[in-house]
Structures are given as C-alpha cells and as structure tokens.
Design a protein around this ligand. Sequence first.
Ligand SMILES: Nc1nc2c(ncn2[C@@H]2O[C@H](COP(=O)(O)OP(=O)(O)O)[C@@H](O)[C@H]2O)c(=O)[nH]1
Ligand SMILES: [Mg+2]
Length: 664
Amino acid sequence: MGVAQKNITLGTAGHIDHGKTALIKCLTGCDTDHLKAEKERGMSIELGFAPCSVSGLEVGIVDVPGHENFIKTMVAGASGIDGAIFVIAADDGVMPQTREHLDILTLLGVKYGIVALTKVDCVDQQRVGNVTAEIKDFLAGTFLEEAPIVPVSGITGQGFDVFYEALKELVGAIEPKRTDGVFRLPVERTFSVKGYGTVVTGIPVAGSGKIGEAMVLFPQGTKGRIKAIQVYKRDSEIAMVGQCAALNVPQWDYKTVKRGNVVTLGEFFQPQQWYLCRLHVLAHIKSPLKNGTEIKFHTGTSEIVATVFVLEGNTVSANNECLVQIRLNESVVAAPRDRFILRTLSPVQTIGGGMIVEALPKKLKRKHAQTIHDASDRARAVLIEKDFAEYCIKTAEAFAVNETELSIRTKILPERLKAIITEPAKQDKVLYLDSKLYIHTDTADNVQKQLLNIVSDFHHNKPESPGWTVEQFYETSQLKKDVFDGLLNLLISQGKLVERKHRLALPEHQETFSDDEQELLQSIESLFKERQFNPPKFEEVIEQTAAAPEKVQKILRILIEQEQIIRIETPHQLSGGERAKHKSGFHLDDSAAIGAGLLFHSDAVEQARQILISFINKEGKLESVKFKYLLDTTRKFAIPLLDYFDRIGLTRREGYTRYLKSRG
Ligand SMILES: Nc1nc2c(ncn2[C@@H]2O[C@H](COP(=O)(O)OP(=O)(O)O)[C@@H](O)[C@H]2O)c(=O)[nH]1
Ligand SMILES: [Mg+2]
C-alpha cells in the first residue's frame, strides 16, 4: 500500500443536449441516465457513474449534467475528476454553458482533457472545419489549449476509433493520485438497501477506505464502520481516491445523511466555519467582488451560503487572484488544497473559485501586515505537501510540533509524514528534538539564543554561582517540557551549554568573587572540614568568622551550589520549633533557607558514606543507634545523616535498622 495507482476518473462537460450522455453510452455501453427521474425528464440529474476500460485500466467516467440548474452537481462531480471529456456539438458550436463549464473545470484545477466534437453526422465537412477553428480560438489560453479536438458521433459511431485513441492518450498523460492520504469521501447520494442498511456514494477525494474501518460522518460526528464496499457497482474490499464508490455503513441512519456530508477519519477533521482560500475571479465578471459579499460556496458535494472577506483591499476585480476568508453559514469539513466554486445568490452566476488553503479557528485580523504576510506564506506552502509540513513546523505555536499534531494539521498520515520530513531534515531546515518532535531550524536558533541569553543574564546577576539547576532553567524558559528538554540536549551536545556540578552554565563561565568573599569562603569551608561530623550551626559560623550574617549566608549558598557543602536536611524536614528558631536568623533567599537544616562538608558526607557501606557490607545491616559511635558524634548528627542516605537511595530503613539498598 501507499503506492501510487492509476485510479482515474474522467468527467464529461459541455452544453445541454450536446451529446455527452450519448457519447459515454457509446464508450461504456452503460446508460448513465439511469435514474427514473432522469429517464422521465430525459437528462442526467444525479451524476452517473460508468466504469470503462481504457488501455486495460479501469477508468471511471462521471457524466455530468449540462443544464444550468445542475451546475452544482457538476461541481460536486468535477472535484473528484482528473480529466475532462469536453463535449461541443458540431452544429451548435460554443454555447453559454460550454463557457461556464470550461470556467468551472479551470477553477477546479482540472489539468487534462480532450474535446469531443459531437454530432458530426449532422453537419458537412466545411462546418467541421469552421467550428474546429472557432473552438481553437475559444480554448486559447485555457488548460484545453493543446487538447485534441476529435470529430465524433455518439449515434453513428463515426470517428469513434480516433476518439478512443485520444482518450487512451489522455489517460496515459494523467498523473496517478496517491492512495495513501487520509480517506475522505464527500457524500453524493445516500439510500438504504434491504439487509445492509445505509449506503453512501461518492468519489473519495483522498486516501482509501477498507471494509471494517471506522469512519465518522461529518458534520454530525456520527461514528460507524464500513461493512461493505462497491466500486463501479462491483463488490470490493477497498474504495480508493478517484473511484466511484458506495460504502455501506449500517450505523448511520440514511434519513439523516445528506449530500454535502463527509465521510472521513474522525481524528483528522472537525467541521469548520472559517476558511482561508485563494480565490480567482473569472475574467468576464462585470462588477468586482466586494468585501463582505454573500455568495454560495461549493466544495466537495456541499453547497453553503457564505460571506467573502477580502484579505487585502476591498474588492477583487475580474481576472484577479487574491486571498480571501470565507465564513460559511454552516460548518463543513474540507482540507488544504480542496477546490471550491463561488456563485452569486441571484442571479445565480459562477463568479470564481480556487483552492482552500486551510481552515481557520477564527477570522484573521487583516489590519496587521504580518497576518497578510503569513497568509501568503501559507497559501504558497500549501501547494506542496513537503512545503506545507515545513511551514507548519516553522509556525508551530509551542515552537516545536509533535508528529500527531502535525499529521492532523497537514492531513498527512504519520508514516508518510515521517518520509516527507526527511527531506527538509537533510537540508537542515528541520531538526528532530526527539524522533517525533520537530522544530524548524530558524525557530531552534531563535529559541536557543533566548535560552543562552537567560543563562547569560543569570551569570551576570550571580557571578559567584556555578550556574543554574535544570529545574530553575526550565521554569524560567516557559517552554513545554519536551521542547525544553530537546533544546537543552541540543545546546549541551553543541557545547553551547555545559553541565558542571549538576548545574548548567555557559562554557566560558567562571565563578567570580571579590577578594574578601574568597577569603570568607575559604575560612567557612575549612571550618566545616575541621568540624567533620560535628558541623557548626549558622550562628557559630557567624561567630567564628566574625562576618555579617548576609555575607555568611551568601557564601554558604555558594558552597552549597558548588557542592562543597551539602545540606543533608532540607528546611521542610525540620520540626516546627526548629523552623521558627531558624527563621529569625535567616533571610529566605532561594527557595530553601540557606543555612537552615544541617550542613556538612562534602568530604565528611563522603567519609560517612564509606563508613556506612563498609560496615553494612561486613555486618549485613546497621542498627541506627550505632552510627553515632562509628562517626564519633552525637545522635543529633548521626540520625539525619542516615536519613539523608536513605533519601539519596543508598540505604533503606526497616524500623531502627538500615540495609544497603542494592543488597535488597
Ligand atoms: N445525430 C446525433 N445526435 C446525437 C449525437 N449525440 C447525441 N445526440 C442526440 O442529442 C440529444 C442529446 O443527447 P445527450 O447525449 O442526452 O446530450 P447531453 O445533454 O449532452 O447528455 C439526444 O437526442 C441524442 O440522441 C450525435 O453524435 N449525433
Ligand atoms: Mg446527459
């Protein structure tokens, strides 16, 4: 799966009674005017699906009705078609709807087609020559400019071989559609079949749906599961993009399913009311389209009254292209790159159409130049999946975007998305913060710069500190955790930040102190070193050094940061009375009171650790009361040390006995 396949759908177009249905009947042997109502009225009301084999390929043909009133049906059919069989009767030549259908095909982005010059049995050779020249003129500058014009009769079969050859060439030229998109089928018709239940028909515009797969019907949001599939009226396991398909989903009530509803994967879509679109206004429109005009918006099989808001300026004149915001009166499911048609409400006239860029959560404020700039970038990027993925990564709100979010936004399944990302990744445009978290290189550079600035400011404000703890840094960064972690790893791996003493710092940072601070630092450190297992209290340090309490506090904080002094008891572990006692003496500088709790020199802690390990290694365990004898100190110091070793995971306590944790 995931391979491109030739699943091609062609559509007929052209003025009423020019012989579209007769020609397709000739081609397929299938009468596409199959509905009873159609028979009665003698014209196609609903799209007729006819399978036909061209060069061994099964090609679907949608015979679109030609009457003015049924243009909307044509829009619905044409949004799924790859190529046009453009029919012009030799006797009539170009007629009003010939023009309108060509406009619509153009707006819908149809790129391929052939012209069938029908009813040649009714005219003479000279007329064929004249009308061919007339048609050539008419098609100049359109997508059918180079298309062959093939004289044919759908009644006598005259010229049919040449027509069939041209059709083969057309099918050969059409680029196959990818079948690995997110399955989506705009509902064409719905009915109930005895023994099966609800059936919906239409042409999937993306992906493929299989029997057994869960689907959601929008905008209702009703869940269901595909029980049976028919493709070109034959049973099938799978319905692929571009095929005329019928899906049987018994969970849905066919009375509530309507044309214009969409069958798709629930997690990828939400019905939306605002869409950013690239609009092309047709050349022959008399008055320009004004900002705020109410129109009819056709996309997929839906047809909804909407208002057009021009993004730049106040009008769009004929033959111009611009970005617009469309506010639909009802929410609809549509995807980037879907085509749409705009028609005026009265008199009903096709005035333009184009491509949906993306659904919008709300209206964009056009007074900001940046908004328009971004909308243009988006409209450009959306044309190519890879560019759009890159754009979405670049504009991710939380700086980086994970695979699931990106997949939902781009409507590209994760597996394919992974493959698509490898290209911008190779070009260093996209970085992986982890295997499923993407960031644009420009964004990463910016955010990294900001992070380094934060660290640099920190160094500036606290030159004596070795750096920042990861937690402090993370909180200040205000980034999402996974984004922060990813960027931090990147900064460390690039050597832009270093980790020393469990702290993050710029590589060039060196702790700096004034001379008297340096002196005080040394004397305090030696004091703790000397008093190994009988460390001084804060007040004693002040007494011994004869320094101001604030200074002592600052130096203690530095020593703790540098891990030369270790706080083995955090303030919250102190009893209420202890806390009250400490409070008077200390200012709470950091989150924890400096000097509060027991402080030991790191050498002392290390020695205590050795003593503890070797004792338990020998004896298997340690009765807690014994520890004070081993250290030659008092219970006041010994017990908190043991608690500390429990806390850091060295030992575990059972009643009054300690065991080494690793020994179980
Ligand atoms: N003589 C002749 N009549 C045709 C030809 N094609 C269609 N017709 C007739 O023209 C009428 C309209 O044809 P139809 O295929 O329904 O036109 P559509 O509205 O374009 O689908 C019918 O009466 C057909 O029999 C043709 O090549 N030659
Ligand atoms: Mg017809």
